[in-house]
Design a protein around this ligand. Structure first.
Ligand SMILES: Nc1nc2c(ncn2[C@@H]2O[C@H](COP(=O)(O)OP(=O)(O)O)[C@@H](O)[C@H]2O)c(=O)[nH]1
Ligand SMILES: [Mg+2]
Length: 264
C-alpha cells in the first residue's frame, strides 16, 4: 500500500489547480473558478451583484463537486509502467493484458531499449472481489541517462541499425518523460537482481513525487536467485515494494490488490 496515498493527484491536474489558485490570487474579487464571458467587470459591479456572484460561485463549485463525485468511479485511469531498460515493463504489461484480456501487448527482448515508443492498451478492467478498476495501460521505453549506439553494436547489430536504434531510444526516453504529466498512477518496475540505488531510479521516483503522482514500486524477477527486495526497500523506504515475477506470473494478485488501494 502506498504511504503517500494522500498525495493522489495527477501532475496535470495539480498544474491546473496551481494556475487557478494563482489567478484567484491576482483577482481576489473574482469568485468564479472559470471567468464567464458575460460577466461585468469588477469596476462596474455593484456590491449587491458581487454578493450574488459570490453565491452563484459557491453553488457552481458545489454542483461541480457533486457531479465530479458521481463520475469519479467511471474515470479512466492512466497507469504508466516506468523504469530503466530491461526491468521487465513490457513483460509485466503483457502479463497484465494476458491476465485480463487474454492477449499480450508487445514484444519482449533481452536487448535493452526494445520498446522505443510509448504503447497503450486501452480499457483494461481488473476485478478483486466486488471491486472493479478500469484503466489504460501505458508501457514506456526504459529511461536511461546514456544511450550509446556502440552498446548495440556490441550486441551484434550493424552500425547503421544501431545508430537508428539509439536515436529512437533517445526520443523514446524524452517522450516517456513528457508523458509523465498524463499519468494518474505509475508503477516503477525495477529488476530486483540489480542495485536499485541508481541515478535513473532516483530521477524517476523524484519526478513522480514532484508531480504528486502515486507510485508503486515493483521489484521484478523474484524468480531469480540474486533477487533482493530488501535492497529496494532500503533504497526507497517511503514506498511499499511489491516483489513479483512478471515472466512467471508470481505474486500478481498482490500487485492488483495494491493498485486497488492506490486508486481508491
Ligand atoms: N527471470 C525473469 N526474467 C524476466 C522477468 N521479467 C522480464 N524478464 C526478462 O527481462 C528481459 C527484459 O524484459 P522487458 O519486459 O523487455 O523489459 P523492459 O525493457 O523493462 O520492457 C527479457 O529478457 C525478459 O524475458 C521475470 O520476472 N523473471
Ligand atoms: Mg519494454
Amino acid at each position: 500500500m502506498p504511504r503517500k496515498k494522500s498525495k493522489k493527484r495527477s501532475g496535470k491536474k495539480a498544474g491546473k489547480k496551481a494556475k487557478k489558485a494563482k489567478k484567484s490570487e491576482e483577482n481576489a474579487e473574482e469568485p468564479f473558478e472559470e471567468p464567464a464571458e458575460d460577466q461585468p467587470s469588477a469596476s462596474t459591479q455593484s456590491s449587491s451583484s458581487s454578493a450574488k456572484n459570490e453565491k452563484l460561485g459557491i453553488i457552481k463549485r458545489f454542483i461541480n463537486k457533486v457531479i465530479g463525485s458521481i463520475f469519479k468511479k467511471k474515470k479512466h485511469i492512466k497507469l504508466g509502467l516506468y523504469g530503466p531498460p530491461n526491468g521487465g515493463k513490457t513483460t509485466l504489461a503483457n502479463r497484465i493484458c494476458i491476465d485480463w484480456l487474454g492477449e499480450d501487448m508487445g514484444s519482449v527482448s533481452a536487448t535493452a531499449h526494445e520498446t522505443r515508443e510509448i504503447k497503450i492498451k486501452e480499457q483494461i478492467n481488473i476485478k478483486s472481489g466486488k471491486k472493479e478498476l478500469s484503466f489504460n495501460l501505458v508501457d514506456t521505453p526504459g529511461i536511461a541517462t546514456k544511450i550509446d549506439y556502440e552498446d548495440f553494436v556490441k550486441k551484434g547489430m550493424n552500425k547503421t541499425v544501431a545508430k537508428k536504434r539509439a536515436k529512437e531510444a533517445t526520443k523514446g526516453v524524452i517522450d516517456a518523460i513528457k508523458w509523465l504529466d498524463d499519468m494518474d498512477v505509475v508503477v516503477v518496475v525495477i529488476d530486483s537482481t540489480m542495485d536499485p540505488y541508481t541515478q535513473v531510479n532516483i530521477t524517476i521516483i523524484g519526478n513522480l513525487v514532484a508531480r504528486n503522482i502515486p507510485v508503486l514500486i515493483v521489484g521484478n524477477k523474484i524468480d531469480l536467485k540474486k533477487s533482493d527486495l530488501k535492497r529496494i526497500e532500503a533504497a526507497f523506504p517511503q514506498y511499499d515494494v511489491i516483489g513479483i515475477s512478471a515472466k512467471f506470473g508470481k505474486n500478481m494478485d498482490k500487485l492488483y490488490e495494491s493498485l486497488f488501494v492506490m486508486v481508491d
